[in-house]
Design a protein around this ligand. Structure first.
Ligand SMILES: [Zn+2]
Ligand SMILES: [Zn+2]
Length: 266
C-alpha cells in the first residue's frame, strides 16, 4: 500500500476500530443479562448495554463521545459466542431472525481474528418451547388441498420423473418443512396468501410467505421469447417484436397445470 498520500494514513487511523478483549467477568455479566431477559427488546437492550459498558470501561477516553459500533472490534470468538447466546435465548420467542438482524448487523461492534482468544463458555438452557402450536386457518387447508391436486396434475401431465413435477414437489416440500421446523415461537398462524400460497404469522408478529411462482410461459421460437398469456396472446409491448410474424410455440401448454416453484420469503 502506498504511503505517499498524507490522507491515506489519516483515513486508516480514523477507520481502525479500537480492539477490545472482554474479560471473563464481562462475559459472565453479558451472559447473565442474556439469560435474564424476558423479551426480545430487553434481550437486545441489555446485551448491548452490558457489552458497551465493558468496552468503555476498558477505554475511558472513548466514553465521552456517542457510541458508534464501528469504532470498536471484538475478537471473533467472543463476538460469535455473544451472538450465539442471544440467538439461543431468542428461541423462546421465535425471534432469532430479529436478533441476528439487529444485533449482528447493526448494534454489535466489528470483529477481528485473534486465534489467541479462546471461545468463551456461555452455557444456556434449551429455550425452545416444549410444545409449539401452529394454527391452520381453513383457507390455508384449502391451499394445501389445491397444491396437492396441482402436483398430482403436474405428475400426470409431465410424468413423475419430469423436472416440472420434481421441481414443484421438491420446493413445496421444502416450504412445508420450513413452516414446521422453523422455530416461530410458541404460536404461529398459517393463512391463505393466494390460490397456492401461504402466509405464516408468528406470535411475535413476524411474517413469512410460502409463495408459488409460476414459471414464465415463453415462446420458444428462436429470437422471439415473448411472454405468452394464459389466453395465448402476447402483451402489447411485444407487438413490434423484430421476429417475423409466426405461430408462437409455448414453453408449456396454455391449458393444464402451470409448472412453477414455491419459495419462502420473510
Ligand atoms: Zn413467438
Ligand atoms: Zn419470490
Amino acid at each position: 500500500m502506498s504511503t505517499a498520500h498524507p490522507t491515506d494514513s489519516a483515513d486508516t487511523n480514523l477507520n481502525r476500530p479500537i480492539r477490545h478483549v472482554l474479560s471473563d467477568e464481562s462475559i459472565t455479566d453479558i451472559l447473565t443479562v442474556i439469560r435474564e431477559a424476558t423479551s426480545t427488546s430487553q434481550l437486545l437492550e441489555d446485551t448491548i448495554r452490558a457489552l458497551y459498558r465493558a468496552i468503555l470501561a476498558g477505554n475511558p477516553a472513548a466514553a465521552s463521545s456517542a457510541i458508534r459500533p464501528d469504532n470498536y472490534a471484538l475478537p471473533a470468538t467472543q463476538w460469535q459466542a455473544i451472538i450465539s447466546a442471544a440467538i439461543g435465548r431468542a428461541e423462546q420467542w421465535g425471534t432469532q431472525a430479529v436478533v441476528v438482524l439487529d444485533l449482528a448487523m447493526n448494534l454489535m461492534p466489528r470483529r477481528y481474528d485473534d486465534p489467541t482468544v479462546p471461545e468463551p463458555h456461555m452455557p444456556l438452557p434449551d429455550y425452545r418451547p416444549a410444545v409449539r402450536t401452529i394454527e391452520w386457518a381453513s383457507d390455508a387447508i384449502d391451499v394445501v388441498t389445491a397444491v396437492s391436486a396441482h402436483l398430482d396434475q403436474l405428475r400426470a401431465v409431465y410424468g413423475p420423473a419430469s423436472l416440472q413435477f420434481l421441481d414443484a414437489a421438491d420446493s413445496w416440500q421444502r416450504a412445508l418443512t420450513a413452516i414446521i421446523t422453523m422455530n416461530l415461537g410458541a404460536t404461529a398462524t398459517v393463512s391463505k396468501d393466494g390460490p397456492m400460497s401461504l402466509l405464516v404469522r408468528t406470535g411475535s408478529g413476524l411474517i413469512y410467505a410460502a409463495t408459488f411462482h409460476a414459471d414464465v410461459r415463453r415462446c420458444t421460437v428462436a429470437g422471439c421469447g415473448a411472454h405468452l398469456r394464459d389466453d395465448g396472446t402476447i402483451p402489447a409491448s411485444h407487438a413490434d417484436h423484430p421476429v417475423p410474424e409466426h405461430q408462437h410455440i409455448a414453453s408449456y401448454p396454455l391449458d393444464g397445470p402451470r409448472p412453477g416453484t414455491w419459495s419462502l420469503h420473510s
